[in-house]
Design a binder for this molecule. Structure first.
Ligand SMILES: C[S@@+](CC[C@H](N)C(=O)[O-])C[C@H]1O[C@@H](n2cnc3c(N)ncnc32)[C@H](O)[C@@H]1O
Length: 269
């Protein structure tokens, strides 16, 4: 993971604490992004949907509401802890099935729509993994990936990286790293990359979103996202100093940019 790219984290082995913080962050971040993706894909009652890398259900739950009881949503995540949270959250939705599995080998197909929200960049080989997802819908069915827009999440990622570096006595990073996420994030580049994985007629929607720069929201963003991994190995006192440094850089400043891009295409017939 690079400092400014929160999504590639592996949540597969997420602790209960990390998953609980992920869920607490949901209303501020994951849930609005998930709802926006479901709106962009325009699901209809009765459809069969695969939600790949579903987490605790930010898009799977609204997808299940959109397809209704004649429809069905397969929600798949590598992390059994996440799937446990999803099942508790979706207990009253019989049309939603949560399964702990690797989506890169998920054999289900023939779906009307496949979603992957902030998950493609978590896959060990995002090109091959996304191409596999593009083959899951029926011919003509829809497939969607959601990712951060370039610049989104950079400010908190860099502030945390600087605070952690100071705490560990390591060189303090200057510029944000340019990872694959930043390179592909621009709408045209994302559309071209998705088309290269086999998606036809790709259109990209920009979904603006921000988080308030309050102490609570900023720190929850660290604990409930892949940024948490940067704290590994630090004891409680060290984490307290990192928190104070990080909040000192950001609290009371501009809102955190959490804008996403939703790319929607279809499986060629
Ligand atoms: C940043 S979270 C996004 C979760 C959810 N889509 C959301 O927007 O709230 C990425 C998720 O991808 C899952 N994931 C990563 N690699 C996976 C794989 N190979 N198969 C299934 N899930 C995977 C992680 O366990 C994690 O829950």
């Amino acid at each position: 993971m690079t400092a400014a790219e929160p999504s590639p984290a592996r949540w597969a082995g997420a602790s209960d604490d990390a998953a609980a913080d992920f869920a607490r962050l949901g209303p501020l971040l994951w849930d609005p992004v998930g709802r926006a993706t479901v709106a962009a894909v325009d699901l209809r009652p009765g459809q069969r949907v695969l939600d790949a890398c579903c987490g605790d259900g930010a898009s799977a739950v609204p997808a299940a509401h959109a397809v209704g009881s004649p429809g069905h949503v397969d929600a798949v995540d590598l992390s059994p802890v996440m799937v446990g949270l999803l099942r508790r959250r979706a207990g009253d939705l019989p049309q939603l099935t949560g399964t702990a599995a690797d989506v890169t080998t998920w054999a289900g197909e023939g779906y009307d729509a496949v979603l992957c929200v902030l998950g493609a960049f978590s896959l060990p080989d995002m090109d091959a993994g996304t191409a596999h997802l593009v083959r899951r819908p029926r011919p003509g069915g829809l497939v969607s990936v959601t990712s951060w827009r370039p610049g989104a999440m950079v400010a908190p990622g860099m502030a945390l990286a600087r605070a952690v570096a100071r705490e560990r006595g390591e060189p303090v990073p200057g510029d944000p790293p340019r990872g694959r996420l930043q390179e592909l994030g621009a709408p045209d580049a994302l559309a071209g990359w998705f088309a290269g994985r086999g998606a036809a007629g790709v259109e990209v929607t920009t979904v603006p979103h921000t988080l308030p720069a309050t102490d609570d929201a900023l720190w929850l963003l660290v604990l409930g996202s892949a940024f948490r991994g940067m704290l590994a190995g630090l004891d409680d006192d060290a984490v307290g100093r990192v928190r104070a440094d990080y909040l000192g850089q950001l609290a009371g400043g501009p809102p955190v940019d959490a804008t996403t891009l939703v790319a929607v295409g279809s499986r060629a017939g």
